[in-house]
Design a protein around this ligand. Structure first.
Ligand SMILES: Cc1ncc(COP(=O)(O)O)c(C=O)c1O
Length: 507
């Protein structure tokens, strides 16, 4: 007869803790207590276990699911190796402690490091200083007072409000589309929209620009749809790939207007026309253009009168609009489909009241006359920086937008120059892998309407000193307006017609 007491316990447990069990419960068991007596003085040995081979040697099948005490995996060692690899190739990122100041007269300065040193910020994507504009600040503060700081849930559960829908209406109007949808960031907007769309459209094929931002790459990957990559901003390559594509299947052509790291602007009309010739939908990221180009700040699509050619536009509320969040705009049915199916939209807390109110105020501000003035000042100061670099013989990549990249090859070198600049009171982050390819390291300057020519003059002096300090030769980078490294012509006249507001006597 099996022991009703031991039989209810795990075999391994009985094996390991037999002695203790005997001590605690032996006296209550008529059979075991008999065994104690017959064994005389050795009270610690369980007679049952000793004599009963079923328990002392359990069959293999009974014990094989009991894990051997293995050496535990060394998680921390693994993380240590990962970090070390990043440090060895200089791609390990160190975030600077920089608190950007918002008050009049001090913006675009910031407090840096433990001593709160004042430095000038050159790399913020708050391109027009909208995050500290009084109208935008007031809207955010009032919204907190009326509705609190948080949304309270997903859009489906307590997170939808009149303001949410007003903001989506404003975005749709800006892009001349029937509908818009907001997300927690444009990374999420791009990822959620592309992964959902390319997954649900039957047999969808994606055509993706080689320079696309990580958010679009991730969305396309997550969809698992077949994809073709065309050379950056190369409409001929796009046409060639599309010409080989099967007819009648859904296709998405995905690209950015203003490239975030080079400042290049895509041949928008040509790329849209080619996509449409082959029956594809265009997905156009205007993240670095919204607020900055076009009469109302809708981006390159508006500036070039091409808004109707952009089937799906994505944009951010976190850069020129000075808040946080992202969006898409497109047809009502497309937007409703993403709203209904994209997990990245459905299962997350909605944008909070101050962000909704601040973004709404920012979009309206930049669509107004004041916005147009800010844009004109912005372009003027960008031109001043480009000309000043040229005159000083400092390198720059041939950007036709507000982004001014200064190439410094090598992650170690670019970090050293950034550090030298910081010592001199100028904050610009070194850009390296994986944001750009190895060998394409750079400093990325984004001057805004609140930077003055004097600040730029100081920056140029600091750059010259920092190049010398780190033994970087620069004096012959440009020859007769042509880049020595890539032979590209540097266009000083970037083609903006707004009158220049700053003194430009740099010759
Ligand atoms: C081209 C591009 N698209 C999308 C994003 C993501 O935007 P957000 O910062 O709103 O997530 C970025 C961010 O830098 C970007 O450069």
């Amino acid at each position: 007869m099996p022991c009703p007491f031991l039989g209810s316990l795990n075999q391994a447990f009985v094996k390991n803790y037999g002695a203790t069990l005997m001590k605690q419960y032996g006296n209550y068991c008529p059979i075991i207590s008999r065994g104690f007596r017959s064994l005389g003085n050795d009270e610690t040995k369980c007679p049952f276990i000793q004599q009963n081979s079923i328990i002392s040697e359990a069959p293999k099948e009974m014990t094989e699911d009991i894990a051997e005490p293995a050496t535990p995996y060394h998680y921390e060692n693994f993380f240590h190796d990962q970090i070390n690899a990043k440090k060895r190739d200089y791609s390990y990122r160190v975030f600077r402690k920089v608190s950007r100041l918002a008050a009049d007269g001090v913006y675009p300065k910031a407090l840096e490091g433990p001593e709160n040193r004042r430095v000038t910020v050159w790399c913020a994507n708050d391109y027009l200083g909208t995050s500290r504009h009084p109208t935008v600040q007031d809207a955010a503060v009032n919204a907190i007072k009326s509705y609190g700081t948080g949304a309270g849930g997903t859009r489906n559960i307590a997170g939808n409000s009149q303001m949410t829908e007003k903001l989506e209406g404003e975005i749709a109007k800006l892009h001349k589309k029937p509908a818009a949808l907001i997300f927690s960031s444009c990374f999420v907007a791009n990822d959620a929209t592309l992964s959902t769309l390319a997954k649900i459209l039957p047999d969808c094929i994606v055509y993706s620009d080689a320079g696309n931002h990580a958010s679009m790459i991730q969305g396309i990957r997550n969809s698992r749809a077949p994809k073709h990559i065309f050379r950056h901003n190369d409409p001929n390559h796009l046409r060639k790939l599309l010409a080989d594509s099967p007819k009648g299947v859904p296709k998405l052509v995905v690209f950015e207007t203003v490239h975030s790291m080079s400042g290049a602007i895509c041949p928008l009309e040509e790329m849209c026309n080619i996509a449409h010739d082959y029956g594809a939908l265009t997905f156009v990221d205007e993240v670095h253009a919204v607020g900055l180009y076009g009469k109302h700040g809708a981006g390159i699509g508006e500036e070039r009168g091409l808004q109707d050619k952009l089937d799906i536009v994505s944009g951010t509320l976190g850069k020129a609009y000075g808040n946080v969040g992202g969006y898409i705009a497109g047809s009502s049915l497309l937007v409703d489909t993403i709203r209904s199916l994209a997990p990245g939209f459905i299962f997350t807390t909605a944008l909070p009241p101050p962000v909704l109110a601040g973004s709404l105020a920012a979009i309206r501000l930049l669509a107004s006359e004041e916005g147009r003035n800010l844009r004109a000042k912005h372009q003027a100061i960008v031109r001043y920086l480009k000309l000043s670099l040229l005159v000083a013989g400092l390198p720059q990549l041939p950007s036709v937008s507000h982004i001014v990249p200064v190439p410094i090859k090598g992650a170690d070198k670019v970090a050293l120059v950034a550090e030298s600049l910081m010592k001199r009171g100028h904050y610009v982050q070194a850009i390296n892998y994986p944001t750009v390819a190895r060998g394409d390291e750079r400093l990325r300057f984004a001057p805004g309407p609140y930077h003055t020519p004097e600040m730029i003059d100081n920056l140029i002096t600091a750059l010259i000193e920092s190049f010398h300090e780190n033994n970087i030769r620069f004096s012959e980078f440009m020859i007769n307006g042509t880049c020595r490294e890539c032979s590209m012509e540097y266009k000083v006249d970037i083609g903006y017609e707004e009158p220049l507001k700053y003194p430009m006597q740099v010759a």
